[in-house]
Write a protein that binds this ligand. Structure first.
Ligand code: FAD
Length: 499
């Protein structure tokens, strides 16, 4: 089956690598990319799922990390979101241990009746390791507290695509350099028949994967699939990015997101530099003031001039239409507050591989793909909105807007259930399970009025002792971990010794 992928950014080369590696002999893959157009070149913070993607392809973690100058990430430190001066970490891991199938946070809430327990982050190994600047690979033993967290990578976005390109080409994917200037549709079916480059060369295929970035060349421009706009809930539409030199000392094993006057700033420490950026709403802030604010907030000397990026929050109504599957920015975009975009690309690639249309496209498979992509987008959208809406900030028109806006019914329902019962909607797959929502709700000072009655069953003294014991256990595990920089150096040495 012939596959043509338009676009050689993170999405395009990830798709080519996965299809070439996981469907050998079934799909004949060609990537068309244009050096003149280039790639978006940002996207440095990821989620733990990227590890599964890399592992499924059989890529060696240490080699991949070295090639992309990657660091480890245990979560995101949100500063000044609920109130100026607040800081909480959304960890890749759980809080405490559940008891008799009652999640830990209910006991934590119960313990507030008799005193003021420590911050819930004190019961998360990922949070405590992140705060201490330490890192260790989690243990592979479900019963151990040392397995209660996960991790992701922070990598150089300009090196990730080329790494995947080399991998894809080593597994048989072909590459063509050139700009697509014409798209031909089959006059009867409306399917895309071929694309033609500036050079005049044409490429036909059975399936086209549109990874052309924000242009959405096939799905948006050619097939005119409708755009669902979410900017009324997520008003940030610009970013200024600027790398700085790495400071001496420990490399923080987490991404930082600091709320500012009209959005928030990211800080992503890599091995060789720090990625910084200010994501803001152009309705509330002009570009020059944003660049000035970013310059003021970064630490260390700048390694490049600030770069402006424009985007819109939303997605194409369907990502798979006719014989075109859009993946990456061509399908939609939700701002990078929770580092979800590369996840969405990898999720869509794996769904496409599961539903791969070997004997021709079946409309039911296409509908299933679109249903799964929808679900993921909707859930991420609600989770992102929560970070803005759950605030008492009133220090700028931007925060007044997001604090008082009407949120989607799906989010207000979740918030109402949390406030009333301390419960989180359960689902089996995708992103952002219970601990993620707990981290943001409690981190942004939304404390439930009720919780599971079974949490009142232990004796209050016993509960306090159990919480103390848990804190001590976590403290001892963190103390035994190496510093993040030392761990990275040891990994690099291990790779060098193995070579
Ligand atoms: P692009 O990188 O734009 O690639 C598009 C490709 O299409 C290029 O190769 C281009 O040459 C090609 N192309 C386009 N038109 C044509 C044509 N006519 N002919 C031939 N080729 C063509 N994601 C995260 O997961 N974590 C983050 O921390 C994060 N931060 C972000 C911050 C910002 C400000 C932005 C805007 C995005 C961020 N993202 C993040 C998203 C992430 O950058 C993207 O998901 C990722 O880079 C994938 O981009 P892409 O491959 O879809 O598009």
């Amino acid at each position: 089956m012939k596959i043509v992928i338009i676009g050689g950014g993170t999405a395009g080369w990830s798709a080519a690598a996965a299809i070439a590696r996981l469907l050998p002999g079934i799909a004949d893959v060609r990537v068309i990319e244009s050096a003149d157009i280039g790639i978006v070149g940002v996207g440095e913070a990821t989620l733990p799922h990227v590890r599964q993607f890399v592992q499924q392809l059989g890529i060696d973690e240490a080699a991949f990390m070295r090639a992309t100058h990657a660091t480890f990430k245990l979560g995101i430190d949100f500063r000044d979101f609920g109130r100026i001066g607040d800081s909480y970490i959304h960890p890749f891991g759980t809080f405490g241990r559940e008891l008799a199938q009652v999640p830990f946070h209910h006991f934590w809430l119960e313990s507030r009746k008799t005193g003021s327990p420590p911050d819930i982050g004190r019961f998360s190994l990922a949070v405590q390791a992140a705060r201490a600047g330490r890192f260790q690979i989690p243990r592979d033993d479900d019963l151990s507290l040392a397995s209660s967290y996960g991790y992701a990578y922070q990598f150089d976005a300009s090196l990730f695509g080329p790494f995947m390109r080399d991998f894809a080409q080593a597994h048989g994917a072909q590459r063509t350099e050139g700009r697509v200037v014409e798209v031909r549709q089959d006059p009867e079916t409306g399917d895309i028949a071929s694309v033609t480059l500036e050079s005049g060369e044409s490429f036909a295929a059975d399936l086209f994967i549109d990874c052309s970035g924000f242009r959405s060349l096939l799905l948006g421009e050619t097939l005119e699939e409708a755009w669902e706009d979410w900017s009324h809930w997520l008003p940030c539409d610009r970013a200024i990015a600027m790398p700085t030199a790495s400071p001496p000392g420990e490399i923080e094993p987490f991404t930082r997101a600091t709320a500012l006057e009209a959005g928030w700033a990211w800080r992503i420490p890599l091995q060789h530099r720090v990625g910084n950026g200010y994501v803001y709403s152009s309705a509330f802030l002009d570009d020059e003031t944003a660049a000035e604010s970013l310059r003021r907030t970064v630490q260390g000397p700048a390694l490049a001039d600030p770069r402006l990026l424009r985007f819109r929050a939303g997605r194409r109504r369907q990502s798979w239409v006719r014989n075109v599957v859009a993946i990456g920015l061509a399908s939609g975009f939700l701002e990078p507050l929770e580092s979800t975009s590369i996840y969405l690309s990898h999720m869509a690639i794996m769904r496409l591989i599961e539903l791969f249309p070997v004997g021709g496209i079946n409309p039911a498979d296409r509908a299933e793909f679109n249903r799964m992509v929808d679900k993921e987008y909707d859930r991420i959208r609600d989770f992102l909105i929560l970070h803005y809406h759950a605030t008492t900030r009133s220090d700028s028109p931007f925060w007044d807007h997001v604090r008082t806006m009407t949120v989607p019914d799906s989010l207000s329902g979740k918030m109402e259930m949390w406030k009333r019962t301390g419960r989180i909607e359960k689902y089996g797959e995708g992103l952002f399970f219970e601990p993620s929502w707990i981290a943001v709700y409690l981190g942004q000072n939304i404390v439930p009025e009720g919780w599971d009655t079974r949490a009142a069953l232990p004796e209050p003294d016993g509960l306090v002792r159990a919480l103390d014991g848990l804190q001590q256990e976590i403290g001892a595990l963190v103390q035994a971990m190496p510093g993040h920089r030392a761990f990275l150096q040891a990994e690099a040495q291990r790779l060098a010794d193995a070579a």
